[in-house]
Write a protein that binds this ligand. Structure first.
Ligand SMILES: [Zn+2]
Length: 465
């Protein structure tokens, strides 16, 4: 008797269930036959005993391994266990297969589950007359059907005689749609599984570093920008709306998550690799998008360039050209430089004669706003030109000081001439600024011009009677 033919994407484990059910073969008898032990515990995703199965049921053990178990995925992500795993799966070493599959368990003793999609079940029954367990649904921690965007439903396996789980059934389950990201992640994971099923490649964590470098997550010194990377990655994982957070970074500062993945210190859960790779693939798409559009936009870009050049030749100013073509001033300048029109960028207002005039007036001590008015430029430009001449700033400061000194002295002298009977207090009150400026800078002169202080008035003591 042969095993029932494999239906599309059917697990080997599922075929065994159908074999026992259809042929009314007692499970213990089947196990005794294949594994030599009527209580053998077999793993649904890494089913061992392939050599024995192939010889009894005339199957290709390689096909069984590559197409009806999840071994290709495990062998890809855990290359160090590849030889051990294939040896265990071909033999009847259930123990090693189960132990290696535990790499993908959150807790060592977590109960094994098989996952199913309620819509797939209905379609399978309609099309093949039977519901069966799909391989893609069993990818560790994937929670969405990659065909129907439905949340996968977990079915617990019995501890002994796991084949007794029987066919999947959707009688008591409600259809629940999964999030878009969860769905796309499931599709991505299916793609990885299918590729690895064709031929197994060895996973290298170094490939992540290369991709990250292309995406700008690596410094010039070759260090990963962990803060930015984790922040972006965490933002993405929080959009997954995942039923369990066991395999997601716990926070934006969960650096261990990334470090373990990148430096592969310990084997990580398969889902973490899939999740990170899916995110990386998305990044590539978003980064490449502008490149694709830029190819399409080459024509329009050259049109803008041509327009810019013709306007430059007409002698328009940089700012008016930038307004007309809707590009920055820097863009216009770069076009001018690249087409050898640098002379157009030379200053038009601050030419040599204007500069000479400004400096001349500045040496003469004119106020900056007065100079600006005379040569029709801004006071900022005047200040800039003054600061370029050695010693001019100090000279102008000295002039200002002298001017102030003369002005204030004059103010005090005139006040005294107008108010002949004034006393010190009056001058201090009416010429406050001048008084204090001279008090600090020219105290001797101030003392010499101020009226003599009136002697303090002594009030006679009132005698008590
Ligand atoms: Zn489905």
């Amino acid at each position: 008797m042969r095993l029932p033919d494999a239906l599309p994407d059917e697990l080997l484990f599922s075929r065994m269930i159908r074999y026992c059910n259809v042929g009314a073969v007692p499970i213990s008898e089947f196990l005794k036959n294949v594994y030599g032990d009527h209580r053998a515990s077999i793993n649904p995703i890494l089913t061992s005993g392939l050599s024995s199965l192939s010889s009894i049921y005339c199957e290709s053990k390689n096909n069984l391994l590559m197409e009806q178990t999840l071994a290709p995925l495990f062998m890809h992500y855990y290359p160090q266990y590849k030889a051990k795993l294939s040896k265990a799966i071909f033999s009847t070493d259930n123990y090693t297969a189960i132990r290696l599959s535990l790499l993908s368990c959150v807790r060592e003793h977590a109960q094994l589950t098989l996952k199913m999609c309620p819509v797939c079940i209905q379609e399978d029954i309609r099309q093949f007359g039977v519901a069966y367990w799909h391989r893609v649904h069993q990818i560790p921690a994937i929670e969405s059907c990659c065909e129907h965007q439905q949340q996968l439903v977990h079915d617990h396996l019995p501890k002994r005689l796991k084949l007794a789980v029987g066919y999947p059934s959707s009688f008591e389950t409600d259809n629940q749609e999964s999030s878009d990201e969860s769905f796309h992640l499931a599709q991505f994971s299916r793609q990885v599984l299918l590729e690895e099923s064709k031929s197994i490649s060895n996973f290298r964590s170094a490939s992540y570093s290369e991709k990250l470098s292309n995406l700008g997550y690596v410094t010039k010194n070759g260090r990963i920008r962990r803060v930015k990377l984790l922040s972006d990655f965490y933002t993405f994982t929080s959009q997954l709306h995942y039923p369990s957070s066991n395999f997601l970074p716990s926070s934006e500062s969960d650096f261990k998550y990334i470090t373990n993945l990148l430096y592969n210190q310990y084997s990580q859960h398969i889902f973490k690799y899939l999740l990170f790779e899916y995110w990386l693939s998305k990044q590539r798409v978003t980064r490449k998008a502008p490149e694709i559009s830029s190819e399409r936009g080459v024509d329009s870009a050259s049109k803008v360039e041509q327009k810019c050049l013709s306007l430059l030749k007409q002698g328009l100013s940089i700012s008016s050209i930038s307004k007309q073509i809707g590009k920055s001033r820097t863009y216009v300048k770069s076009i001018a430089y690249s087409s050898g029109m640098e002379h157009l960028l030379k200053p038009t207002k601050l030419n040599a004669s204007v500069r000479g005039k400004v400096i001349e007036l500045a040496w003469k001590g004119f106020h900056r706003s007065e100079i600006a008015k005379r040569v029709s430029i801004s006071t900022g430009s005047v200040e800039m030109l003054i600061s370029t001449v050695n010693g001019l700033v100090e000279w102008r400061k000295r002039c200002k000081y002298e001017s102030k000194r003369r002005c204030y002295k004059c103010q005090i002298i005139r006040y005294k001439q107008c108010h002949l009977l004034s006393i010190r207090k009056d001058i201090k009150r009416d010429c406050n600024a001048a008084f204090y400026w001279l008090y600090y800078h020219q105290p001797e002169w101030l003392e010499s011009v101020l009226p003599k202080p009136s002697p303090p008035h002594q009030y006679p003591r009132i005698k008590q009677k």
